[in-house]
Design a protein around this ligand. Structure first.
Ligand SMILES: [Zn+2]
Length: 166
């Protein structure tokens, strides 16, 4: 059973985020647990990222399909608590984003205690993934997907996506 578990873990580790294909589900920090029961059925626990993120259904299907192709029966369980935050994206994942010209998220605001409501635009520490300049502007709060904002670098003029902190 241990060999089967190792195999299942390896297979699940190859599944990538449909919206950020340079990130595996492990890099994204959504993979909570992989287990195998006495019948050899694999259970994969994942934590959803953004609520209502259309990628979640694809992730579930991809996990089940990947394991099925290897001859394993699998079910996917959602673990809702604690809630996922972009802080769970691994260092390797952040590097992969930057290498693909996507600005990785900064530290998410701690949610302990009351959260001040501000009406001013969100301030993020964003720098251009191309040239490293901090002279950047938001062009749209929604980029190619809802989880990304679109920025433009005022130094090299390249547009780029930034994964929003949550
Ligand atoms: Zn730049």
């Amino acid at each position: 059973m241990a060999a089967l578990l190792d195999r299942a873990r390896e297979l699940v580790a190859t599944v990538t985020d449909p919206e950020l294909p340079m990130l595996t589900l492990e890099d994204l920090g959504v993979l909570r647990d992989v287990s195998v029961d006495e019948n050899g059925t694999v259970t994969v626990a994942i934590t959803p990222t953004y609520s209502g993120c259309p990628a979640m259904a694809t992730m579930r299907d991809d996990i089940v399909r990947t394991l099925k192709e290897a001859g394993l029966e699998a079910t996917v369980r959602l673990t809702l608590s604690p809630a996922w935050t972009t802080d769970w994206i691994s260092e390797r994942g952040r590097t992969a984003l930057a290498e693909h010209g996507i600005s990785p998220p900064g530290r998410a605001t701690p949610v302990a205690g009351p959260v001040a409501l501000t009406l001013s635009p969100l301030r993020r520490a964003v720098h251009c993934p191309q040239c490293g300049s901090v002279d950047v502007e938001v062009t749209s709060e929604f980029g190619s997907t809802a989880c990304k904002a679109l920025y433009r670098c005022l130094t090299c003029l390249e547009p780029f996506d930034h994964v929003k902190e949550i």
